[in-house]
Design a binder for this molecule. Structure first.
Ligand SMILES: [Fe+2]
Length: 156
């Protein structure tokens, strides 16, 4: 089995790979919930929310890829399997079925609060251990906080 040499010390490796692992789970689950809501939103604001959710999904997938590849780069295989996401996600779940536009906005506004707090903490955790991963996670925080502003602005 080939292994990838890590540029990190053992202590830094542990901190960084844990942060990247958890960030990947959050981002993959965000992309899944974004599509779930994209398909099932109903109400007068259907089009706005429908397309806003695809922006969420596109950004989550883009950042998930960057985070996963950083994990591999520092020597830890990425784990984006459905079973891992289902078991370890910390994102508040959505119920199955149609979801009203106002309820989508409320649900996503709420889930971003926890998501941003966790992502900021991870960025802070890796700040000394690996500035490159810190930079990657700060980019994620920037994107999530921008989206959080938009969700808040959508609230009726
Ligand atoms: Fe679509």
């Amino acid at each position: 089995m080939p292994t990838i040499n890590s540029p990190l010390t053992d202590d830094a490796y542990k901190v960084v790979t844990e942060a990247l692992r958890d960030a990947l789970i959050d981002l993959i689950d965000l992309s899944l919930l974004g599509k779930q809501a994209h398909w099932n939103v109903v109400g007068p604001r259907f089009r706005t929310i429908h397309f806003q959710l695809d922006e969420v999904v596109d950004a989550a997938r883009k950042h998930a890829d960057i985070v996963a590849e950083r994990s591999a780069t520092v020597g830890s295989p990425a784990d984006g399997r459905a079973e891992t996401i289902a078991r370890d996600t910390q994102i508040t779940r959505l119920d199955a079925g149609w979801i009203r536009d106002d309820d989508v906005v409320a649900a996503f506004t709420g889930l971003y609060e926890g998501l941003i707090a966790r992502m900021r903490q991870r960025a802070q955790d890796v700040e000394q251990a690996d500035p490159v991963s810190n930079n990657i996670l700060l980019d994620v925080v920037e994107e999530l906080e921008k989206q959080y502003w938009m969700w808040q602005a959508e609230r009726s």
